[in-house]
Write a protein that binds this ligand. Structure first.
Ligand code: ADP
Length: 264
């Protein structure tokens, strides 16, 4: 533990006693280290695509522009790296807003089946390109609602499906399911992909933590998706858990408060 000790003479009475004040600095130091680490990570993550864009642009200036094949390649790289920078900045801004409690949520009763279907529809092309089938299946009926912000719940489920697709080999399948657990609804996204090693599982929701940095970047990852999922679920009074076996696949489960919608 890190302790700071402050010794004060009692006012107006210089010698007979000393008041010792012990401050536990452990938590402050930990937060300061986290902040430093975050700033270092952000700088590194932003500099990498910027440096690549600059290098490709310089190569074009130096003559690659005259060769059609090279020019197309370098221009594609510049577009890809700009997209990556854009995704990174958007994810960082969203995470900062959610963490600071500044994101404005419209908390309503959100239909789980509709949200799952919306997310699957928006990611179907991406999954099909990897020969991965997206399946929505549930033993529950379609009239299941949770208390959440609709856009936020789409981000949660969408990020989990997107990861499941990114970290699965082809051909494959990803399933979205939901079940009742007393007053909660557990929404899970299951894949049969590469899985997550046990020592990485407890760090997986940390900002910028990746099991394999190169693979994540190659897949267009920012390293922030799961932190956003965790913070959003927390903002709606829920939680997120992971079960994974290396080489066999992963299941991420988000639990949110169920709402009982009254029907006439
Ligand atoms: P990224 O943008 O890198 O995917 P995330 O925060 O979404 O960042 O995920 C953090 C890391 O967790 C990923 O880089 C990857 O190593 C691991 N991961 C996330 N989801 C899965 C999954 N479904 N299967 C295997 N590994 C995963």
């Amino acid at each position: 533990r890190v302790l700071s000790i402050q010794a004060n003479c009692l006012p107006g009475n210089p010698c007979p006693g000393v008041v010792l004040v012990l401050h536990d600095m452990t938590e402050l130091r930990r937060l300061e280290n986290l902040r430093r680490e975050f700033v270092a990570n952000v700088s590194h993550e932003l500099k990498t695509p910027l440096a690549a864009i600059r290098a490709y642009a310089e190569t074009l200036h130096m003559g690659a522009v005259n060769d059609a094949e090279n020019r197309d390649y370098f221009l594609r790289q510049i577009t890809d790296q700009s997209d990556r920078l854009h995704d990174l900045i958007m994810d960082m801004l969203q995470l900062a807003r959610v963490e600071a409690g500044q994101e404005v949520f419209d908390i309503t009763d959100v239909n789980v089946a509709d949200t799952a279907q919306w997310c699957v529809d928006s990611l179907r092309d991406k999954a099909a390109a990897k020969d991965i089938q997206l399946v929505v299946e549930s033993a529950e009926d379609d009239e299941v609602y949770v208390r959440a912000d609709e856009e936020g719940l789409r981000t949660i489920v969408g990020n989990l499906i997107d990861n499941a697709v990114k970290y699965s080999g082809k051909p494959g399948s990803v399933s979205v399911r939901w079940t009742s657990e007393n007053d909660l609804i557990a929404i899970s996204v299951e894949d049969h992909g590469i899985g997550i090693p046990p020592d990485a599982q407890e760090r997986i929701f940390e900002r910028f933590f990746r099991v394999d940095k190169a693979r994540s970047r190659e897949m267009g990852g920012t390293g922030l998706g799961l932190s956003i999922v965790k913070h959003l679920a927390g903002s709606f009074g829920g939680s997120v858990d992971l079960e994974s076996t290396l080489g066999a696949g992963s299941t991420f489960t988000v639990r949110l408060k169920r709402c009982r919608v009254l029907t006439n």
